[in-house]
Design a protein around this ligand. Structure first.
Ligand SMILES: C[S@@+](CC[C@H](N)C(=O)[O-])C[C@H]1O[C@@H](n2cnc3c(N)ncnc32)[C@H](O)[C@@H]1O
Length: 234
């Protein structure tokens, strides 16, 4: 996401202080759902509005993007339907270990993450094995990841990554807008722009397999898409 530096971004975020969780100790409730990479907040505000009985936490690595999302929630508080069930963590998903109680979260939403198409950047994909193992630990036994992307290579990679790292994949569609799942869909900022250009959205649910035995070290992860030795000629 290209981000223009926001004037007074830090001060603006400070004005949204009541929504921010700035340390693991401050997270004194169990969120029902987590959105990773919430962008400017269209999805999390829509979700929270549609489900006021559950608490949601949105995670966003870029402060100047998070501030736009947080201001959306703050602005709702002056309106007819104030949103009171969203908090934000402004950090990278890779730093969430230790923040979330293991086995506690029902849903993780990952919407249109950066595709990181180059093989050398594979480990940065939010559906790479290391992230999936962290999500697996956070999720309750019947917990699920709801995943959407416009990138077919990322989607194909992710389907395999889910299946090989402790998740059972279901409700797969390669064209969300024309599928049975679109009725319940909350459209994100990126999704709206992809759909306006006629690009299909790929979507699936990855359900935690509670019987999966996670590997003990990163070396044992299944690393889909890494070039094999014979491919590299070495
Ligand atoms: C392509 S945008 C999609 C934004 C939004 N989900 C949507 O669909 O409109 C990806 C977002 O993920 C955020 N992001 C990228 N890497 C992240 C990470 N490791 N942890 C948390 N957020 C991340 C980016 O800053 C950006 O806001």
């Amino acid at each position: 996401m290209r981000v223009r530096h926001k004037k007074h971004g830090a001060e603006r975020l400070e004005r949204c202080g009541e929504l921010l969780i700035t340390s693991p100790e401050e997270l004194d409730f169990v969120p029902y759902g987590l959105e990773i990479g919430c962008g400017k907040g269209a999805f999390i505000s829509g979700l929270a509005k549609s489900d006021p009985g559950h608490m949601y936490v949105a995670v966003e690595i870029v402060r100047d993007v998070a501030v736009v999302a947080a201001e959306k929630i703050m602005a709702s508080k002056d309106g007819d339907s104030p949103i009171n069930n969203v908090r934000f963590i402004v950090t990278g998903a890779e730093r969430l270990e230790g923040w979330i109680k293991p086995g506690s979260i029902e849903r993780i939403y990952i919407n249109h993450p950066d595709p990181w198409p180059r093989p050398g950047h594979m480990k940065r994909r939010l559906t790479y094995a290391r992230y999936l193992h962290m999500y697996w630990r956070f999720l309750a036994p019947d917990g699920e990841i709801w995943f959407k992307t416009d990138s077919r290579p990322l989607f194909d990679f992710s389907l395999r990554s889910f299946a090989e790292n402790g998740f059972k994949v279901r409700d797969v569609t390669y064209d969300l807008e024309h599928s049975e799942y679109f009725g319940d869909d909350i459209v994100t900022e990126y999704e709206a722009s992809f759909m306006a250009k006629g690009q299909p959205i790929h979507r699936c649910v990855a359900a935690k397999d509670p019987d999966y035995l996670p590997p003990e070290t990163e070396e044992q992860f299944v690393t889909i898409g890494l070039p094999r030795k014979e491919d590299s000629g070495s």
